[in-house]
Design a protein around this ligand. Structure first.
Ligand SMILES: C[S@@+](CC[C@H](N)C(=O)[O-])C[C@H]1O[C@@H](n2cnc3c(N)ncnc32)[C@H](O)[C@@H]1O
Length: 340
């Protein structure tokens, strides 16, 4: 048997093993909890309206109070975040930045600030931004009660809407950054045109050689699909693929909030949009949350699954997530660019 056929046999066995594991877990646990499935009540967006600030700001403000308890502080949430910290540390917490930061790192869609605080604890100064006042308030509170961050490395939190025409107006007085990142779906509320605009703005803001790390909800989540197929819910099983990337689906980000348009993107779309600016090249792609349950079910699955099983699944993810075809199959994918 040659190397290629060995590789394909290994890949097929892993897919079959993952499928069996997920089906077995689906049988044991009813992950699907209405209150924590933040985009549970998704439906087709008839006209796929372009998002606007008034329509989408409130949902994330409402989510701010429960975001930590429903995701960040759950076992699954922590394990998923640790998967991304490996790449964030490699991209930004190098000795080059530790000794004397060349410029701040820009975080977009920072939520309640866990990543900015993590990088701060490694002497990396982050200017963290979000368009939700509620999220920024929570992040500032978390930061002020954190005593472990080294002096002078406290992140700054600022309001920035990624659909603004010129980011530098909101980011004043800082005009250049050593890198940028956006974790856990901060870009999934942006339309394809907004993503193109973001790529152009970042090409202006990031110094040559700087890294941009994006963690985006993908178009096919193996765990979610197998789980809903097991439940014979075919519509949900393929909901991410139901419409084209340009259309999006209408969904709630928190219970009792208005629906807004959510877009599921492929790694290929992100790669094309950023490389089309001629200012970025791709240096890494991998899945985040491959055999671990998806982020939207983090609270229910953290309660129902043993922590050591979850740690094992996270280890399986770390072994497989960087290889083709697995980086297409995660709940999120991570894509890293270098500014040329
Ligand atoms: C799912 S949360 C992720 C938060 C954080 N990055 C994390 O890792 O936990 C998505 C975040 O993106 C922010 N966001 C969504 N659309 C945005 C926009 N147009 N401009 C700025 N922030 C946005 C939301 O307010 C929310 O805090």
């Amino acid at each position: 048997m040659n190397d290629d056929s060995l590789q394909s046999v290994a890949a097929k066995s892993i897919i079959v093993a993952a499928a069996l594991l997920i089906i077995w877990m689906g049988k044991r646990c009813a992950f699907h909890s209405r209150s924590t499935d933040l985009i549970a009540s998704s439906s087709k967006s008839k006209s796929a309206p372009r998002t606007n600030a008034t329509a989408t700001e409130a949902p994330f403000d409402n989510l701010a109070d429960v975001y930590d308890s429903s995701f960040c502080h759950t076992t699954v949430g922590r394990l998923l975040r640790h998967q991304t910290w490996k790449d964030l540390d490699e991209a930004f917490a190098t000795s080059k930045f530790k000794s004397k930061p060349a410029a701040p790192i820009l975080e977009i869609g920072c939520g309640t600030g866990d990543d900015a605080l993590h990088l701060a604890s490694q002497h990396v100064y982050v200017l963290a931004t979000d368009y939700s006042k509620g999220m920024i308030r929570k992040a500032r509170k978390k930061c002020s009660s954190n005593t472990t961050v080294p002096r002078g490395c406290q992140p700054t939190f600022k309001k920035l809407d990624l659909r603004d025409s010129h980011y530098d107006v909101s980011l004043e007085p800082i005009h250049k950054f050593a890198g940028a990142y956006c974790n856990f779906g901060g870009l999934n509320n942006l339309s394809p045109e907004d993503i193109g605009h973001l790529a152009n703005e970042l090409s202006e803001l990031i110094y040559p050689g700087g890294k941009v790390v994006l963690v985006v909800m993908g178009r096919f989540c193996l765990f979610e699909t197998l789980y809903y197929l097991w439940k014979c819910n075919f519509k949900r099983a393929f909901r991410r693929l139901e419409r084209s990337q340009n259309a999006g689906i209408a969904a709630r980000v928190a219970p009792n909030t208005k629906k807004q348009t959510v877009y599921f993107y492929s790694p290929g779309f992100m790669e094309k949009t950023f490389t089309d600016t001629s200012q970025f090249c791709v240096i890494r792609k991998r899945a985040i949350g491959l055999t671990l349950p998806p982020s939207l079910w983090s609270r229910s699955s953290s309660k129902k699954m043993h922590p050591s099983l979850l740690s094992f699944l996270s280890w399986v993810d770390s072994m497989m997530s960087g290889y083709w075809p697995f980086f297409y199959f995660g709940d999120h994918f991570l894509i890293e660019f270098k500014r040329l």
